[in-house]
Design a protein around this ligand. Sequence first.
Ligand code: XMP
Length: 520
Amino acid sequence: MNNVHLNKILILDFGSQYTQLIARRVREIGVYCELYRYDINSDFIKKFNPKGVILSGGPDTVTFDNSARAPNIIFDLNIPILGICYGMQTMAIQLGGHATSANKHEYGFAKVRSCNYSPLLNGINDGGNDLLDVWMSHGIEVKRLPDGFKLIASTDNCNIAGFADINKHYYGLQFHPEVTHTKQGKHILERFVNDICQCKKNWTTDNIITKLVKDLKNQIGSANVLLGLSGGVDSSVVAVLLQQAVGKQLTCVFVDNGLLRLNEGNKVMQNFAKNMNVKVIRVNAQEKFYNALSNEDKPEAKRKIIGHTFIEVFEEEAKKLNNIQFLAQGTIYPDVIESAGTKSNKTKVIKSHHNVGGLPDSLQLTLVEPIKELFKDEVRKIGTILGIPTHMLHCHPFPGPGLSIRILGQVKQEYADILRQADTIFIDELYKNDLYNTVNQAFAVFLPIKSVGVTGDTRRYEYVIALRAVETIDFMTARWARLPYNFLDLVSNRIINEISRISRVVYDISSKPPATIEWE
Ligand code: XMP
């Protein structure tokens, strides 16, 4: 088997909104990479032993004192380096060049003329001429090249839009090859990763599955393992991987916390216990969760309470079973990046995901997180090969804290029951009208405020439901979905007519940023 981690690229994050995209593109190319803060320590970098380093963009102003710098160790390792945007500017300064405010700020599309002799850009074009459509986002530019560097690309506004020291394999691009607006971006990254860093394309779905199953067998040995199964893509993939690795040693626990969608528990039991032959215990813990949440109305506190309560339930179940030494979770790479502060401290943790952050000491179980290095699209590809039904792999994500973060403020069973009905109508209609797969996430939100309405001759004073649907690739940014008015009309009518406790339906037209996808 090929070693999927043999050729690694290290991405140092200066806080750009696009940094995760760099990692995803490199993985798509077939090469393993990891993302760390720009100031990660030198010993770690040496031990990580990358075949190349990519420096991301970032919001800092490179000309300011105390602005972020790449760790000097990377220039001593004799490996290729690619600086993107801020990464290029700091590289220039650190190697003796100079950067100042750009004559003209560039945000958006630009045409870059490649000088056509560097191994990074040579021969790459959008078809026809040597002008490349690229995505720019900068107010500073490199004005003097460091010794040994040559110009490799320019735009009308930015003379040094790319530079290279071909002997040292150092490259800088002022534009962003990681975003799809840069049409040849993936091709350029492929040049860097495959040709310049000489990384082989070992990061393939088959190789990843073989490695994950082997690692799970080694880690778990003859002990037993408990998996918190939610029925979502991530924990489902973990269930099947564990089933392949340790078979009967796996017990899945499905916790009905009272914050699930309509009939969700039955569907999960049907899919796994009946159709996929995985051992699943269903725990009805509604009361425990509602009691724990009863006095809390703040989003982050609600998430924490739910996280702790899940652990308590798992702990109780583990005690009932024999020789459980491991607790498996479907944590994926973006959860780790977003919650654990792996990302540069130039960007702040926005929401804490309840399944990241370790286990309490009292829980004497070791965590198993087999897919914590994977992005969602990678998890889906693996799930397809493992035989998980397509409708499960492509269902919209549902957050671990469930409906609790879709009921604003205090969570009550009464509210959850109303919300479940409204959400079911919305999602059923999306399916019926062939719109489900045109959006990446859709759901209803319960607003605990009352509004006046009228049905027939009767005045109604009831609650409000907000509908939310977004289009997104990575859930880091999202655009509100332009669902047809007729469709929204249909859903709104059904909700108000069929749910007596709702008098008004609104549609959320906020994008992320500045809003987030969930309301809490
Ligand atoms: P936001 O609201 O942060 O959502 O824009 C981005 C994606 O993350 C999901 N989400 C969560 N998932 N635990 C989860 O497992 C959480 O606490 C959580 N908060 C948000 C959200 O549904 C969307 O897909």
